[in-house]
Ligand binder design. Structure first.
Ligand code: ADP
Ligand code: MG
Length: 384
């Protein structure tokens, strides 16, 4: 990852002119609220210091040209075009569907062409939302370059639309909302039904705490099929209960009595209690009781493991080892069956916690996990 000035110099060398500016959008971690988004529920992401930077210059020839330091093939495409996913680009050009897709969606709102040079320090496909960071950095750049003003909640919807319609990924709103709306030292409570959000103070370092993201190095085997199955189970439970979405279940005990299938009962139990845990977490954060979050993370993990049944051995082992080493709490994050875990620990215990997890993996002959200290950081912005 290069700084904005080096990126601007490289842009000049590649495109033969200086960029008009450099924009940056972060990745995110969802603190709590897992598998709640497609049930119209609550999530609580915060922005990472890691993200995607885009050096960009306006073009008025209706063309978008994109290059990435993380992708071998540069792509030039007309801004005026149908869904990229329908055009069926070859694999080496597939990455460009994200920025070109954003340009095609935003074109309806008055933006036009651009030349973009992209750079990132965010791992791709690791569940930290590099795709939304790429979309949001591109979206911000295009709006500024073409003098188009779109408020950030609306811009998040448009970036989501680009991923849905242009890339063909049926993602929810969380990643784009987090990238555009998060602020430093805060998490973002997002209501996935209304799209409304509020800022919640979250600065673990100020309470002597560290939030670690542990990449368990386990790939998302099963993830696609199991994810689709969970979504279908939630829809079936909601329809059996006569509600639009599991978000609407207010009487959990009554709902569980109505469901004959023990699998559906477990799914409903998770979704309903997870929404409560998001609200409880927001209450704790507003009260300044950050250390107490550990209990929420632990409860979320057990619910995801036992009720929603989406955890995986490396995640369980990381959480258990962290707790034994004195961490406040931890949970798996993301869809499940692979990916990362977050751990909240006293800052002065963080090294011990890392060592304990690494040793627990060594005992199993598993590859070493990697660690990232997650500081709630600012959302997308212009760098130069
Ligand atoms: P995640 O969002 O969790 O990182 P996704 O599969 O949603 O995972 O998005 C990853 C994809 O986004 C990559 O496969 C690539 O196509 C694209 N992408 C992300 N960052 C970059 C980058 N810096 N350069 C090129 N493509 C990128
Ligand atoms: Mg993504």
């Amino acid at each position: 990852m290069t700084g904005p000035h080096v990126l601007a110099e490289e842009f000049t060398a590649v495109f033969g002119r200086a960029p008009d500016g450099v924009w940056r959008a972060p990745g995110r971690v969802n603190l709590i609220g897992e598998h709640t988004d497609y049930n119209d529920g609550l999530v609580l992401p915060f922005a990472l210091p890691l993200g995607v930077s885009v050096a960009a210059a306006r073009r008025d020839d209706g063309v978008i040209e994109v290059r990435s330091r993380q992708a071998a093939t540069p792509v030039t495409a007309p801004v005026d075009g149908g869904p990229v996913v329908v055009e069926g680009w070859p694999a080496d050009r597939a990455w460009a569907a994200y920025p070109v897709g954003v340009a095609r969606v935003l074109r309806e709102h008055g933006t036009g062409g651009a030349s973009l040079l992209i750079d990132s320090d965010l791992p791709q496909g690791a569940g930290l939302s590099s795709s939304a960071a790429l979309e949001c950095a591109t979206a911000l750049a295009l709006c500024d370059l073409h003098g188009v003003e779109i408020d950030r909640p609306a811009l998040a919807r448009l970036a989501q639309r680009a991923e849905n319609e242009q890339v063909g990924v049926p993602c929810g709103l969380m990643d784009q909302a987090a990238s555009l709306l998060c602020t430093e030292g805060r998490a973002l409570m997002l209501d996935c039904r209304t799209g409304l959000s509020s800022q919640v103070p979250f600065a673990p370092a100020e309470s002597g705490l560290t939030l670690l993201v542990v990449d368990t190095r386990a790939a998302h085997a099963l993830a696609g099929g199991e994810y689709a199955r969970r979504r279908a189970e939630c829809e079936r439970a909601a329809s059996l209960l006569g509600v639009d979405a599991l978000r609407d279940v207010t009487d959990l005990a009554g709902a569980l009595q109505k469901l004959p299938d023990p699998v559906l009962r477990r799914r409903v139990q998770h979704v309903v209690t997870e929404n409560h845990r998001v609200e409880a977490t927001v209450g704790l954060l507003r009260a300044g009781a950050v250390a107490e979050l550990g209990a929420m993370l632990n409860a979320s993990h057990l619910s995801l493991r036992d009720q929603y049944e989406v955890s995986w051995p490396e995640a369980d082992r990381a959480v258990n080892a962290a707790l034994r080493a004195g961490a406040r709490g931890g949970r798996m994050i993301g869809g499940g069956f692979g990916g990362s875990v977050i751990v909240l620990t006293a800052a002065d215990r963080a090294d011990r916690v890392r060592d304990a997890i690494t040793t627990a993996y060594e005992d199993q002959g598993w590859p070493h996990p990697s660690f990232l200290e997650a500081t709630p950081s600012q959302g997308a912005h212009r760098l130069t």
